[in-house]
Design a protein around this ligand. Structure first.
Ligand SMILES: [Zn+2]
Length: 150
């Protein structure tokens, strides 16, 4: 018996706490986020639809948090370059790993280690794309600033 799939999506406005890493400004930030999720099922399509909906909602909420973290601060006009840099680094490492694995498979397949070097060479243009600057998130709406706690 083959599994069927149910796909749902979630789109909504999320209110996420924001804190500027530069000036310490804090506020509630409103952002729209979207995610989808597919779940496989055999019999119970309702349960699968519920799981898919829950996962899509979680995914959208995660995106909302990540998006707000890279928003431009309304007070000092800067954003978290460190977090953006981390995101770039993760992408670059991912691309290099894929190149290494592809190269290793090619080298093994052809029985010549140097064929593997081409795998990395092929990955290089993608490294450049992955290393592109992560821009600050657009579309973040800052609600009333929190009262200063100090
Ligand atoms: Zn700031």
């Amino acid at each position: 018996m083959r599994a069927r799939f149910v796909t749902t999506d979630a789109f909504g406005a999320f209110i996420v706490p924001y804190r500027c890493v530069h000036c310490g400004f804090t506020a509630q930030a409103k952002i729209h986020a979207y995610a989808e999720s597919s779940q496989a099922y055999y019999f119970d399509s309702d349960a699968a639809a519920n799981r898919a909906q829950a996962k899509a909602t979680d995914g959208a909420a995660d995106k909302a948090v990540a998006g707000v973290a890279l928003a431009t601060c309304p007070k000092c006009g800067r954003y978290d370059e460190k977090a953006a840099g981390h995101k770039r680094l993760v992408r670059v490492i991912g691309v290099i790993l894929v190149g290494l694995v592809a190269g290793a498979i090619a080298g093994w397949y052809f029985g010549r280690w140097w064929v593997g070097v081409f795998g990395l060479a092929v990955a290089l243009p993608f490294v450049k794309t992955a290393a592109a600057r992560v821009p600050p998130t657009r579309g973040v709406e800052f609600l009333a600033a929190d009262e200063p706690t100090a």
